[in-house]
Design a protein. Structure first.
Lengths: 283, 584
């Protein structure tokens, strides 16, 4: 993107105009998320900057919305439900997904494309349709409105992410390592846990993080499959936004943004580690 | 390793020489053999099969899991969009009787007779209200008609009850009917059971402590009713109906048949049987009573079921009501799909919905139109960013990429709440514009609860899905083509449009389809910032599931949406490939 020294005036103007445009688009991307962070410290029950906040007066800022989040029982119940549901769903998706990804990356799999299409389908089908179908079917078999129902539904939604990340990691996996391990007398299970697993672990963990985020962030399916007893954090936010909008939502949003920054960093570090590990393997 | 490999002939591996020699040998002495003596081909196939089975065994648990938790629910939804067994299950006799009706005026007496029986049973099982609400989706007013009729259906045949009872008071007794219809075995079993109950009650009365009383309690249910063969032969319509009455009384209501008087419809059926056959040849229990009634029935007053139903509600003479019942009497219907495209199944065939009820075509149009607008905004905003990212040095572009990935990773609800806060009339954007003097305080912009709100918020939410595929395509475009074009005298704009842009088209295609697929199925954001004019078809699906409870229509709308998405996804697969789904 260097401007060459003999650029004409028009080119120069266009060059800088392009940077300005890109800057504005980045602003559009990031500003809404950044705006809510200071607003969540608002001392008033408003959704906009009070004159006091703009003048940076200490009185205009407070932690009362955070306090509300941590003391209000419905928010706490929602947080507890989210924390109960997401890890179980992640565990299920990672366990089934990793196993299947290892199977899928074997050299001879019959009907691989069809199987792949079925396994990825929860990601393709619009959430409202998955939610409708699950609502109908789960009420038939008595899973609607139960903890197990929500966990199974979320596990199904998280599986495509595990499959995609783990198969991507396995593409670079050197199969001669497992052959060497078998040659040295290790059984298939021992080979998997001692040789294959440590090498694909970054892929498994980042797939698991995707599955976790999918479940933790999911609202449409839980809205239909769950009942009041499984009200999760996003569900509570959804109700809050639709009915009695309170600035506590902004405090929750800020906490969630912080969590997603942490997760993003983790995935990025894992990706680099995975690339480094794959760079070391002799393939 | 020295003497053994003096010449190529000594190698035992797969060398060209050996292969030729093996082929020769094969021609001479049959198939090549593996170490264990089997033909090599067979042996290899076996190994391959084992490998395939192992791979499948690893995949199978997940496949079963996904099929149960996801594929079956989708199949269930597709099934529900055509399933319509409720009419033929709730009104089985009426549906059969109605087959000959020509659709003109009210149907004949036989249909009303069948309806009286069906309605009696349905009201007893409390199924008539469900059917009423189902048919109310098609013709308004049926729901209240059914509810009213369910309450009053016992009056239809009350006349026959009275006449039988006037004739002989024994007809009032449940016991009379039970002994008339029940088989000998059942009557014996029942007597035994009654004796046991009595004994248990006596023991309970005599008990001095609570433990004794509990120990003495006799909890076994009464033996299930069995129809006598004689009764079945003599009363071809009354006997099966009584049997159904017995089943419902015993199972659903847990009543004693010896105390319960049967439904009026049973009296009417007995009247009809006696009138037709005169009860001739009936020799079973209560034969005297039957003979007495058989002589009297010819003098009974009669009532038309048609008039009786018309008394309950005039609407029963309305051919629209009957047309609806007939049109939806098949166990499977295209009715929900027709409703989903603003048509309806009427007695005259498929016709358009009345003007004021045509909303789905508009809604589908709006969903597609707004998804297009969102898609184009995403291209417009995403293209420069992807171009910038792919042309900057790796280090800088990685940092800027974080600005794209952060929204991508942030909770959807967080982003939607941010827009809800920003776009309000008293929100940050309007406040800033007023403060800057661009707007007067009195005419703040309406940015939320309309299409503008949905488009702005969804463009923001889906933009990363456009940037990431575009970026991954643009990264692979070699810079020297543009340089070559420029060195051959192309102006920068020509070089861009004629050389660079065509190479980035696959990225645009991939991003567009991805954004479009995601956008037409979106629910949360339109629900929260769309108001009434900015909502999508998915909001209507949710409405039908949770509020209007018209699940069939919700399923039909969902099936159409699913079909659109699958077609688009097929295109995506052809252009980009399933395996290239990138997660940033």
């Amino acid at each position: 993107m260097e401007l060459h020294p003999y650029a004409s005036l028009g080119e120069k103007i266009w060059h800088y105009a392009f940077y300005v445009i890109c800057g504005l688009i980045f602003f559009f991307l990031i500003a809404p998320i950044l705006t809510i962070i200071p607003l969540s410290f608002n001392a008033e029950n408003f959704f906009t900057f009070t004159p006091g906040m703009l003048a940076f007066e200490a009185d205009a800022y407070s932690l009362r919305h955070y306090q509300d989040f941590f003391t209000n029982s419905s928010w706490q119940q929602a947080l507890a439900n989210s924390v109960k549901i997401a890890p179980m769903a992640t565990l299920l998706s990672v366990a089934f997904g990793t196993l299947a990804a290892v199977g899928l990356s074997q050299p001879h799999v019959p009907a691989r494309r069809a199987i792949m299409a079925i396994l990825i389908s929860p990601m393709i089908v619009p959430l409202i349709i998955s939610a409708a179908g699950m609502y109908f079917f789960y009420s038939r078999i008595g899973l609607q409105g139960t903890y197990l129902g929500v966990v199974l539904a979320h596990a199904a939604l998280g599986i495509p992410f595990v499959i995609i990340t783990v198969t991507a990691t396995l593409v670079g996996f050197d199969t001669s390592l497992t052959r060497a391990s078998a040659n040295l007398g290790a059984g298939p299970v021992r080979t998997f846990f001692k040789v294959q697993m440590p090498l694909i672990l970054p892929g498994v963990v980042s797939g698991g993080l995707f599955a976790f985020i999918t479940s933790f962030d999911e609202v449409v399916v839980v809205l239909f499959v769950g009942s009041a007893g499984q009200k999760t954090l996003p569900w509570q936010m959804f109700i809050g936004l639709r009915e009695q909008i309170s600035p506590t939502i902004l405090a929750v949003a800020t906490i969630l943004v912080t969590i997603s920054i942490l997760l993003l960093t983790t995935v990025e570090l894992l990706r680099r580690r995975s690339e480094r590990l794959r760079g070391m393997s002799p393939s | 390793m020295t003497d053994q490999v003096t010449g190529p002939d000594q190698f035992t591996g797969a060398t060209p020489d050996n292969a030729i020699r093996n082929a020769d040998r094969e021609e001479r002495s049959g198939p090549m053999l593996a170490a264990d003596g089997r033909p090599l081909k067979q042996s290899l196939n076996r190994a391959l099969r084992a490998q395939k089975l192992r791979a499948l065994a690893l995949i199978a648990p997940l496949l079963v899991f996904i099929v149960i938790t996801f594929i079956l629910p989708i199949a269930d939804m597709l099934f529900r969009s055509v399933e319509n067994q409720i009419v033929s299950e709730t009104l089985p006799r009426t549906v059969v009787a109605l087959e000959d009706w020509d659709g003109d005026g009210a149907p004949e007496e036989a249909v009303f007779r069948a309806l009286a029986v069906d309605m009696t049973i349905a009201a007893e099982l409390k199924e008539h209200t469900r059917l009423g609400s189902r048919l109310n989706y098609e013709t308004t007013g049926i729901s209240s008609l059914f509810r009213k009729t369910g309450r009053a259906v016992d009056d239809v045949d009350e006349l026959y009850v009275d006449q039988f009872e006037d004739l002989n008071e024994a007809w009032e007794e449940g016991a009379t009917w039970a002994t008339l219809m029940g088989s000998e075995d059942w009557i014996e079993d029942r007597a035994e059971w009654a004796a046991q109950v009595e004994a248990a009650e006596a023991a309970q009365d005599a008990a001095t402590t609570a433990e004794e009383a509990i120990a003495a309690a006799f909890e076994e249910p009464a033996p299930r009713f069995e129809l006598a063969d004689q009764a079945r032969a003599a009363f071809p319509s009354a006997a099966p109906l009584y049997s159904r009455f017995a089943e419902i009384s015993q199972v659903e209501n847990e009543d004693s048949l010896f105390r319960e008087e049967p439904w009026p419809a049973v009296y009417e059926a007995l009247y009809a049987d006696l009138l037709a056959e005169g009860g001739e040849g009936y020799q079973g229990p209560q034969a005297d009573l039957v003979a007495e009634a058989a002589q009297a029935v010819s003098g009974f007053e009669t009532i038309s079921a048609r008039d009786a139903f018309a008394d309950i509600d005039e609407d029963w003479l309305d051919s629209d009501v009957w047309g609806t019942i007939q049109a939806f009497s098949d166990p499977y219907t295209a009715g929900y799909f027709l409703s989903a495209v603003d048509l309806q199944l009427s007695p005259e065939g498929v016709v358009a919905q009345p003007d004021d009820q045509r909303i789905y075509a508009l809604l589908f149009q709006r969903t597609l139109f707004m998804s297009m607008v969102i898609m184009f905004s995403c291209v417009l905003l995403g293209y420069p960013i992807a171009f910038l990212l792919s042309n900057l040095p790796m280090r800088t572009s990685n940092i800027l990429l974080i600005l794209v990935l952060l929204p991508f990773w942030t909770s959807l609800l967080v982003r939607t709440s941010a827009w809800k806060v920003l776009l309000q009339q008293q929100g940050v954007i309007n406040d800033t514009l007023v403060w800057l003097g661009v707007l007067a305080d009195s005419n703040r912009l309406e940015l939320i609860n309309n299409q503008t709100g949905t488009i702005i918020a969804m463009t923001h939410i889906l933009l990363p899905f456009m940037i990431l595929p575009l970026y991954s395509v643009m990264k692979t475009i070699p810079p020297y083509y543009v340089r070559a074009a420029k060195s051959l005298g192309a102006k920068p704009s020509t070089a861009f449009w004629r050389v660079y842009f065509p190479q980035s088209v696959p990225g645009i295609g991939a991003g567009c389809i991805l954004v479009f697929i995601l956008s037409i199925g979106y629910y949360i954001t339109p629900e929260l910032v769309g108001g009434t004019t900015g909502t999508f078809i998915s909001n209507r699906i949710a409405y039908h599931i949770s509020q209007s409870l018209n699940w069939g229509l919700a399923a039909a709308l969902g099936s159409i949406l699913l079909a659109v998405v699958l077609v688009l996804y097929y295109l995506y697969d052809r252009i980009v490939g399933i395996d290239n789904v990138s997660l940033g």
